[in-house]
Design a protein around this ligand. Structure first.
Ligand SMILES: *[C@@H]1O[C@H](CO)[C@@H](O)[C@H](O)[C@H]1NC(C)=O
Ligand SMILES: *[C@@H]1O[C@H](CO)[C@@H](O)[C@H](O)[C@H]1NC(C)=O
Ligand SMILES: *[C@@H]1O[C@H](CO)[C@@H](O)[C@H](O)[C@H]1NC(C)=O
Length: 680
């Protein structure tokens, strides 16, 4: 239950408690929920034990930190059996006895199991090595960014993982061989740059990224231990890691790459149409068909292009196409950054001094966790992404910007990107998710390892996280944060990209579009450079359906907001709606239930409040002993608040700061997942 929900709950209880004169039939009292609690805890325990790399991602440093995930086909089968067991247990929980919040937890858990079980057959489409996934990325990131390396024992766990790598590499090779046999190969475009990535982890032992943690070790480790650890590391890297990476590389070059598909769409695969629909369902959590998403994309592109024309008129460019306008913006030297430092300072100023104060007004119960803005000098770094903080809060959430190509970044892009990646986008979403101690861990922490194996995996809730981030770009409009026509163009540019993605993703995967046709569409309708477009398109080819989640989610969030606004009228408060949205993690249909509960409970509070008021007035009129009724009224402290809520709510003042009934700014340390990269 969110803090606000908890408060509301109290309001209902207090008000209800005052109407005792005619005791209503009492609803079933929320019982302790031992079976549900045991189920969610067992599921969490199993998941972190069975996916040790996920455990490391969220910052758990127990026995799991010495092990690696299994990619064995037989193991996938065991996982499915386990999910069936959990699902059965979920069905056995008596839903009628649960509070609305517990019921939502139960439903989300069922959905997770059903997602895994129903999509299990699609595991045959797993491509464990592409330019977006594979040990050359994941294993490396885990070592560099996620492992806790403080004690001698921690280092032993790392070495134990190195020792396990040949086993995992062998399982990956089997999966790849199976792909060739089953004729379920990824597109050749999904393999661009993979050999280079693999070459980069090879080379001399001492230069290897896997030896880096052993060069500078914390002072808790004695000189003698350092000596031993370094020797062991050299052995493991030389005997286990590098030869295994080389095996994967050689297999790729000699057998896998020559067997890749030259088509781009997954519809060219046997069973590919169903597979694509399952991907769309996984990422959007809707049953929208490819054609429906495609049409939605075209409509959105046209709508945003009309907005572009309005903004263009402000800078004397009416009638130009978006790519012409984009070119003019890119050529404007005033929009350039002069150095990496200039770029980072500009972004930090935007986030800390321009966005933060406004977001704080809009989100009165904003969790007080800061984030860092860091530059990434790696030539392959993507333009911008967000990585969540570690579970104990020792590592802050970070907005990571590619500084390598700072000359290509433009000032007009910064506002939209910052709203998306930082505040109120991914950082706020991630922070809110974990703010409530009664939210079970399985809902708080999402497994971001090997994300491209969708849909045969546990949910990523892409539609919610990316929908929220895109909705955050829209909130920038409402907050008046796009200060000049250039920043507005930056906003349009990113929105056009997300709308265009619906068109090209479905185009390539379901409607027979060629890669060139998709490239041309992005060239015509976005301001991206050809280089960025090539990278974007390869990503859509490799991760079918993911890119459709942003727009679908944003549209749904706006729709739910409208629904709440219509249902609550002057009682609608934007900050309440946001609290509710951010507190409810799950598929869209469950988020919709949360919003429905919120509408019903708000109405209930108000009705009870009004009823109570009428009762009071009646009493006051008929009762000569006025003091008694006043006592009665005073006792209705919280109910009185409900009156305040109704009086100050909405009234066209959706953005009014500080008007929420929730005045609780709880001090807590975010306990958040580890690096969870959200691409823009
Ligand atoms: C993929 O295959 C097609 C058809 O052979 C070819 O035109 C294209 O250049 C290939 N792409 C890459 C990245 O090799
Ligand atoms: C601004 O950046 C563009 C590249 O985006 C470059 O072509 C142009 O020369 C730069 N202008 C100045 C004045 O640095
Ligand atoms: C967040 O951190 C930045 C950088 O350290 C700092 O400038 C800023 O004031 C901090 N913001 C808050 C609200 O603490």
């Amino acid at each position: 239950m969110s803090l606000r929900a908890a408060l509301r709950h109290t309001v209902v209880m207090v008000v209800a408690g005052l109407v005792v004169s005619t005791p209503p039939p009492r609803p079933p009292v929320a019982t302790p929920r031992p079976d549900l609690l045991a189920l969610t805890q067992d599921y969490w325990h199993w998941k972190t034990q069975d996916y040790p790399q996920f455990a490391t991602q969220v910052g758990i440093n127990d026995n799991t930190a010495g092990r690696l995930d299994s990619y064995a086909l037989t193991h996938f089968q065991r996982r499915k059996a386990k999910c069936e067991e959990f699902l059965q247990r979920a069905y056995d929980v008596d839903a009628a006895l649960l509070s609305p919040e517990d019921l939502i937890d139960l439903k989300v858990l069922k959905e997770e199991m059903i997602t895994y079980i129903d999509n299990f057959p699609y595991k045959k489409y797993f491509a464990p090595v592409t330019f977006m996934a594979g040990p050359q990325n994941d294993f490396k990131r885990m070592v560099q960014k996620q492992m806790v390396l403080v004690s001698y024992n921690d280092y032993q766990k790392l070495l134990s993982r190195y020792g396990e790598f040949p086993r995992q590499a062998q399982e990956i090779l089997v999966l790849m061989k199976t792909n060739i046999e089953n004729d379920l190969m990824p597109s050749n475009w999904s393999m661009v740059g993979v050999v280079e990535q693999l070459d980069n982890v090879g080379g001399r032992v001492e230069d290897s990224v896997f030896y880096k943690p052993f060069i500078h070790m914390p002072s808790t480790i004695t000189a003698e231990q350092r000596f031993t650890l370094r020797q062991q590391a050299q052995e493991r890297i030389k005997q286990d890691l590098l030869p295994s990476f080389k095996k994967i590389r050689d297999f790729l070059v000699t057998q896998y790459l020559p067997a890749t598909r030259s088509e781009v769409g997954v519809s060219s695969l046997p069973g590919g149409e169903d597979y694509y629909r399952a991907c769309l369902k996984f990422h959007t959590s809707t049953n929208l068909t490819p054609q429906e998403i495609h049409s939605l994309g075209l409509t959105e592109v046209a709508r945003v292009e009309a907005a572009v024309q309005k903004t263009a008129a402000e800078i004397g460019m009416a009638g130009k196409t978006f790519s012409e306008i984009g070119q003019a913006l890119k050529d404007d030297p005033a929009q350039n950054f002069t150095s990496k430092k200039d770029l980072l300072e500009y972004v930090r100023n935007t986030i800390y001094n321009v966005i933060f104060p406004r977001v704080q007004e809009m989100f009165p119960s904003l969790p007080p966790t800061n984030l860092t803005v860091v530059g990434d000098d790696n030539p392959q770094a993507i333009f911008a992404k967000y990585a969540g903080p570690s579970m104990d809060g020792s590592r802050l959430g970070s907005f990571i910007l590619s500084t390598y190509s700072y000359e290509l970044r433009k000032k007009y892009e910064v506002m939209a990107v910052s709203l998306h990646e930082a505040l109120p986008g991914h950082h706020l979403y991630t922070t809110y998710r974990t703010r409530n101690p009664s939210t079970p861990n399985f809902r708080k922490y999402i497994d971001f390892t090997f994300t491209t194996n969708a849909p045969a995996r546990f949910p990523l809730h892409t539609v919610l996280s990316e929908g929220w981030a895109l909705y955050s770009e829209f909130l920038g409009d409402e907050l008046g944060l796009y200060k000049d026509p250039y920043q507005k163009m930056g906003r349009h540019s990113f929105e056009l990209l997300r709308a265009s993605r619906l068109v090209v993703d479905t185009g390539m995967h379901a409607l027979g579009w060629s890669r060139d046709k998709a490239v041309t569409f992005l060239l015509d309708h976005t301001a991206l450079s050809i280089g960025s477009i090539q990278g974007e398109i390869n990503r859509y080819i490799t991760w079918p359906g993911q890119a459709c989640a942003y727009k679908v989610g944003e549209i749904k969030i706006k729709e739910l907001r409208q629904k709440a606004q219509n249902a609550l009228g002057s009682l609608f408060r934007l900050s309440d709606f946001h609290d509710e949205m951010l507190g409810c993690i799950g598929p869209l249909k469950i988020v919709e239930e949360c919003i429905t509960n919120y509408i019903e409970q708000t109405n209930l509070v108000i009705e009870k409040g009004a009823e109570e008021k009428r009762e009071d007035e009646k009493t006051e009129r008929s009762d000569k002993k006025g003091s008694e009724s006043r006592e009665h009224k005073d006792g209705n402290g919280v109910g009185g608040k409900a009156g305040v809520l109704s009086a100050s709510g909405g009234s066209g003042c959706a953005l009014c700061p500080g008007a929420s009934v929730v005045v609780v700014a709880m001090c807590w340390l975010a306990r958040l997942p580890g690096v969870s990269a959200h691409p823009i």
